[in-house]
Design a protein around this ligand. Structure first.
Ligand SMILES: [Ca+2]
Ligand SMILES: [Ca+2]
Ligand SMILES: [Ca+2]
Length: 327
């Protein structure tokens, strides 16, 4: 009996450990650096790189140890990558996004760097030798996101507790109270593994109405219109031809109810989709900032166990094999 209990404890312990090390499969676990990494090849400004990593549940990678530097450098091609080191808050004082001072880490500058050209260089890039330079934060570069330890993943397949499952649709939703324009709103949803919510039924409209009701205006900080929230439809530049962000007409998608009197401005400026608190549709200005609702499948993005095939086995002798780009 005692033995059985011990085995059970051990088994549960193993299960817990495994669970704690599951993370989205678009990241790769690197045994050498004991962390998850994702190489983003589409160059972005430092600010967008930081935001993308944060929305993916990670942080912008910075070479704070030889192991992390080695992993990052090996994945860097001819184009330097952004690191998490920045001085965008205090000029000349570099920190990682999680507060580690550059001065406390081993680092090697490229010859003639840092040079702070035109007093505009407050972000740090790294080359494939692991050497760093100061660089303009607004000049796009590829970058790497980094995740050290994974917390508990909920039923929505994310550590983000704001994603909640709705049993009526078996989908997960998150109401974003930080207002963004339409394009940035969908950027946020997709980085989180979802998309701006698409209403596919009367039932789903009721789900979104109930979610919206949990966010009365006083719960949202800022000066913006709080009775509308962006959802996933717009007119694709063909003014007045409303389709979901996945290309279906609203009728094909399963719900096409505009609020009485709407769309009001479909041909002269309001080209993006939103709901009122009633969950009835409204056309809205794409560039203005509003709250928005993301929708996510519980099993997407898929989660991978670090012990499985996506693990990168590294040690100092086979460091040549590290390349986060080769999935
Ligand atoms: Ca420079
Ligand atoms: Ca849906
Ligand atoms: Ca309108």
């Amino acid at each position: 009996m005692y033995l059985l209990r011990c085995m059970l404890v051990l088994l549960l312990g193993l299960m817990y450990q495994t669970d704690a090390q599951k993370f989205r499969c678009d990241y790769r676990y690197c045994n050498y650096a004991k962390a998850w990494f994702k190489y983003h090849e589409i160059p972005a400004t430092w600010y967008d790189a930081r935001l993308m990593c944060q929305l993916e549940g990670a942080i912008l990678a910075a070479p704070t140890s030889p192991e992390i530097r080695g992993t990052m450098a090996k994945s860097t091609g001819s184009m330097n990558i952004f690191t998490g080191f920045h001085a965008s808050i205090s000029k000349g004082k570099y920190y990682t996004v999680d507060g580690i001072p550059l001065e406390s880490t081993y680092h090697e500058w490229v010859k003639f760097e840092p040079n702070n050209v035109n007093n505009l260089e407050s972000c740090i890039t790294m080359n494939n030798n692991g050497q760093i330079s100061d660089q303009n934060c607004d000049t796009p570069h590829p970058y790497i996101c980094y995740k050290k330890s994974v917390g508990e993943v909920n039923i929505c397949g994310t550590e983000d507790p704001e994603y909640q499952i709705a049993s009526r649709t078996n989908k997960c939703y998150k109401f974003h109270t930080v207002p963004r324009n339409f394009s940035r709103a969908n950027f946020a949803c997709s980085a989180e593994g979802g998309h701006l919510a698409i209403i596919n039924s009367q039932e789903e409209a009721a789900v979104l109405r109930d979610i919206f009701a949990k966010y009365p205006a006083y719960k949202m900080v800022g000066n913006f219109w709080k009775d509308v929230a962006f959802v996933g439809f717009f007119d694709w530049g063909e003014h007045g031809d409303w389709r979901t962000i996945h290309g279906q007409t609203l009728t094909e998608a399963g719900y096409d109810k505009f609020s009485p009197g709407e769309p009001t401005n479909a041909t002269t400026g309001e080209y993006c989709g939103s709901i009122y608190r009633t969950a009835l549709f409204n056309d809205l200005w794409c560039q203005n900032h509003y709250a928005f609702i993301c929708e996510k499948k519980p099993d997407y993005p898929p989660l991978c166990d670090y012990t499985k095939h996506l693990r990168i086995d590294l040690n100092r002798t086979d460091i040549e094999d590290i390349n986060l780009k080769n999935h």
